[in-house]
Design a binder for this molecule. Structure first.
Ligand code: SF4
Length: 190
């Protein structure tokens, strides 16, 4: 801090681009919607608690979809709940992001074979940006997924569409275990 104080003590000029400033502000204040569907939500709550302290990333859960820019789908999406998930997603303002947390939300999880009542992946009803595998994923894995969302935001820009940012992210090295969805985005964009 002393070094920083010394560097910024006088008058200074910082040169950057509008893209950088806007993206930095957006990725440093991600507001996920506070809702959970099943056991994965317990891990999500633990991630928000003091041991992991998501607020140091500027990530702070909001109680309304209208004030949220990130949906973390944490848990089993039943057919009955899928309609509600769509409604909540549609109430979120753009730009909005979706992180699918855990096997149930990614692909139906342990209900894949016999769970006639479970959606086989939330990406069948809403577009997903980042999948975090696990049953349930640990808080560290969720934080890894959130950092991927931040990377995606960092690559977006006034002249760069979401699809182009996803393509750039695809070319960047991907953490093991975290898979970035692109095809579904492309499909929903067209
Ligand atoms: S993935 Fe596992 S921990 Fe998560 S909601 Fe499904 S059964 Fe529960």
């Amino acid at each position: 801090m002393g070094l920083l104080d010394a560097k910024l003590s006088g008058e200074n000029v910082l040169v950057t681009s509008v893209d950088n400033v806007l993206n930095w502000a957006r990725l440093s204040s991600l507001w996920p919607m506070g809702f959970g569907l099943a056991c994965c939500a317990i891990e999500m709550m633990a991630t928000n608690a003091s041991n992991y302290d998501l607020e140091r990333f500027g990530i702070f859960p909001r109680s309304s979809p209208r004030q949220s820019d990130l949906m973390i789908v944490a848990g089993t999406v039943t057919m009955k709940m899928a309609e509600r998930v769509i409604r909540l997603y549609e109430q979120m303002p753009e730009p909005r992001y979706v992180l699918s947390m855990g096997s149930c939300s990614n692909c139906g999880g342990p209900y894949w074979n016999h769970g006639y009542h479970v959606l086989k992946g939330v990406d069948r009803v809403i577009p997903v940006d980042v999948y975090v595998p696990g049953c349930p994923p640990r808080p560290e894995a969720l934080i890894g997924g959130l950092m991927k969302i931040q990377e995606l935001i960092r690559m977006e820009g006034i002249g760069l569409s979401r699809e182009e940012a996803l393509r750039k992210l695809e070319e960047a090295p991907v953490d093991p275990g975290i898979y970035i969805e692109r095809e579904h985005r492309k499909a929903t964009a067209s």
